[in-house]
Design a protein. Structure first.
Length: 318
């Protein structure tokens, strides 16, 4: 059975010097008549090509035909008719190879399934990967230079900060929200309770994950990390380091909570030596957690344990 051929022509409205659709089609049809001697081909045309090749209607149709096996050879004037994006071009070539579809470029004189064509495409692939890696490294070097100058390398800044001429400064309109969050955390409040307080006091509806991220972000003590390296010249501190560490410790303690709600399960021992069991009560739609000694029948509230751990200094041993 003769392989069916797909002819792909495209041009972007931004390509003033590119071959127009008519010229591309003429070049390819001449090649088919002289070299392949068949009229069994299907033409796909995108005359207003987008930068993302997968958004082009007829390219998508051709790709679908390649995957279902109805197209076994794609002919085009040059590979840049697919896309200028190196990653997308490599993906297209991989799809063709996976589906045993040949690629022929008339102007570049590439034939995917020939030995020379495969070698050329392999070289092109290596060059593309090298160029892509080089661009990434160049971008990283540019970002590091900005950081070393004290300039901000990121677009969106955390709550409490804003940009001023590429430098990070404290945003007076939102910084108090961040300070409140750390103050509430240091008081031992749960993140859900902090959300409510911020919503009532500041009229700002923050998600659980946003508040958690704020409490873990060291930029608030003036520490910015990029590629594993610490920079202290990017953002002015908004929170004292001691307060940050205290909030961090409380957050770790709070996240120990198990599915059933007990922080210290099997960890509380009575004075008599008995490990306390867990119990709870429900009052006014609020659940209270306790640890109860089965021998002495005494119990202690979980919140009281947390308060003792956070605010009571350990006594020196006799």
């Amino acid at each position: 059975m003769e392989n069916k051929i797909g002819v792909y022509c495209s041009v972007s409205k931004y390509e003033e010097d590119a071959l127009d659709i008519v010229t591309q089609n003429e070049i390819i049809q001449k090649y088919i008549v002289e070299e392949i001697h068949t009229d069994n081909y299907k033409i796909y045309i995108d005359d207003d090509r987008l930068s993302d090749c997968h958004q082009n209607i007829n390219f998508r149709k051709m790709l679908l035909d390649i995957k279902n096996g109805s197209i076994k050879t794609v002919i085009l004037t040059s590979l840049d008719r697919i896309t200028y994006n190196l990653t997308q071009l490599i993906d297209f070539m991989s799809i063709c190879e996976k589906n045993s579809c040949d690629i022929i470029t008339v102007i570049d004189n590439l034939h995917f399934q020939s030995n020379i064509g495969r070698l050329k495409l392999q070289w092109m692939n290596e060059i593309m990967m090298w160029c892509s890696k080089g661009k990434q490294e160049e971008s990283n070097r540019g970002l590091i230079k900005k950081i070393e100058k004290g300039q901000c390398p990121i677009g969106k800044l955390p709550l409490g900060y804003k940009k001023s001429n590429d430098y990070v400064v404290i945003d007076e309109t939102t910084s108090n929200v961040v300070i409140d969050i750390f103050d509430y955390a240091c008081e031992g409040m749960l993140i859900d309770d902090i959300r409510i307080e911020i919503k009532v006091k500041r009229r700002l509806d923050l998600s659980y994950n946003t508040i958690r991220s704020i409490l873990q972000n060291k930029i608030y003590i003036g520490e910015f990390y990029y590629k594993g390296k610490l920079y202290k010249n990017i953002a002015p501190p908004l929170i004292e380091k001691k307060k940050f560490e205290k909030a961090e410790m409380i957050l770790r303690l709070r996240t120990r909570e198990t599915v059933d709600g007990y922080y210290f399960k099997n960890k509380i021992r009575c004075k008599c030596g008995t490990i306390c069991s867990c119990s709870s009560t429900l009052k006014s739609d609020k659940k209270y957690f306790y640890y109860k000694c089965s021998a002495c029948h005494k119990r202690i509230n979980q919140d009281k344990i947390i308060t003792c751990l956070l605010y009571t200094s350990p006594s020196p041993r006799d």
